[in-house]
Design a binder for this molecule. Structure first.
Ligand code: SF4
Length: 352
């Protein structure tokens, strides 16, 4: 239940429009103070396993879209997924995210159900499991929840149905996606969503409405990233004067705005920030984010899981990632919440 007032469109646009470096810095500092007060300065890890790049969908911005012939498709076995997830567990990560392209056939649904159950059994229920597996039926979501998953991340990508139409083929339905988010909440999942920032055709008003969407849907966690074009997609050249620095700045401002106005939710500092600047994720933490999702996928598969170009750490194994992250996080004076799920306080402490 939301305990803050509904964010005002003009106020959000005002904050997103700030251009003076001193004022931007003040915005990040304000967000950091709110973060300290409501979620603290402990960073929680969710080790992310990209278990398959096979996808039935064809989103115009995505490098693993169905019609991209330049991708070598892969699907991890159950044992491979479990091996990666158990590695994260042994490293005291607390939780993992199982992510893949979207499939809804029974073989896939069963595969996820069995994998989640096995992970729960092999960790005595101690490993937190988040799923990020796209739009599914209520029955599928229920099966996976019963198997032991307790968080689900389904990005709405944009809260504007009109903009959504420009970014997806006609058979991709914004309303269906919205319905899925509501179903996830109804079933008891801690529910996350998110949007892309700096999309072609997107206005600051669209972004303001995205923040209001998070509020209206009583969202527990947010994973947002800057739009980064992928060369093999229809939107590869949609922004001719694409400026990575500006995209990064807008994404960081969105993180800060969400922290200031929504307060007690979890916000991920996503890898896409790092793709635009090596210390992008640290900047995300300093702008108000509190979650990091280290990639624990076997490096042999990573090159074929590029939703956007320039994804970092493609050839680094999970141990290197862990050491690098520890250094980066302690360099900004924060600590890592090992062995904890790091659930969203918005979900665990609802206040009317
Ligand atoms: S964004 Fe997701 S659903 Fe769309 S093509 Fe990529 S993996 Fe598939």
């Amino acid at each position: 239940m939301n305990k803050v007032t509904r964010p005002d469109t003009n106020e959000i646009i005002r904050m997103l429009s700030i251009t003076c470096p001193k004022d931007i810095d003040a915005l990040y500092k304000q967000a950091y103070e709110v973060k300290k007060q409501f979620v603290g300065t402990t960073v929680y890890f969710r080790g992310i396993v990209e278990l398959s790049n096979i996808c039935a969908k064809n989103c115009y911005y995505c490098g693993i879209r169905r019609d991209n012939p330049h991708v070598e498709r892969f699907k991890l076995t159950e044992e491979e997924v479990i091996k990666s997830a158990l590695w994260a567990y042994e490293q005291h990560y607390g939780s993992v995210v199982l992510q893949s392209g979207e499939r809804s056939d029974e073989e896939f649904v069963c595969f996820i159900e069995n994998t989640v159950k096995a992970l729960k059994e092999r960790t005595d229920g101690r490993l937190g499991i988040t799923l990020s597996l796209g739009e599914q039926t209520e029955e599928t979501y229920r099966r996976w929840y019963t198997a032991g998953a307790h968080r689900y991340l389904l990005r709405i990508e944009t809260s504007s149905p009109e903009l959504y139409k420009k970014l997806h083929p006609a058979d991709h339905d914004w309303q269906a996606r919205w319905d899925c988010i509501r179903t996830l909440k109804k079933l008891g999942y801690q529910t996350g969503t998110g949007v892309m920032i700096g999309l072609p055709y997107q206005t600051l008003e669209d972004l303001a409405k995205d923040v209001q969407f998070f509020y209206d849907e009583d969202i527990d966690m947010i994973g947002m990233g800057p739009f980064i074009p992928h060369a093999d997609t229809p939107l590869a050249n949609a922004i001719p004067d694409y400026d990575g620095d500006k995209q990064l700045e807008l994404a960081l401002k969105m993180i800060a705005v969400c922290r200031i106005l929504l307060q007690d939710i979890n916000i991920a500092s996503t890898t896409a920030l790092q793709a635009l600047k090596p210390d992008g994720r640290e900047l995300g933490l300093l702008a108000g984010a509190n979650i990091i999702m280290p990639n624990i996928t076997d490096p042999q598969y990573r090159a074929n899981y590029q939703l956007y170009n320039g994804k970092p750490c493609l050839d680094e194994n999970a141990s290197l990632c862990r050491n690098c992250l520890e250094r980066r996080i302690s360099s900004i004076g924060e600590t890592i919440g090992y062995d904890q799920w790091g659930d969203s306080p918005h979900f665990t402490n609802p206040v009317n």
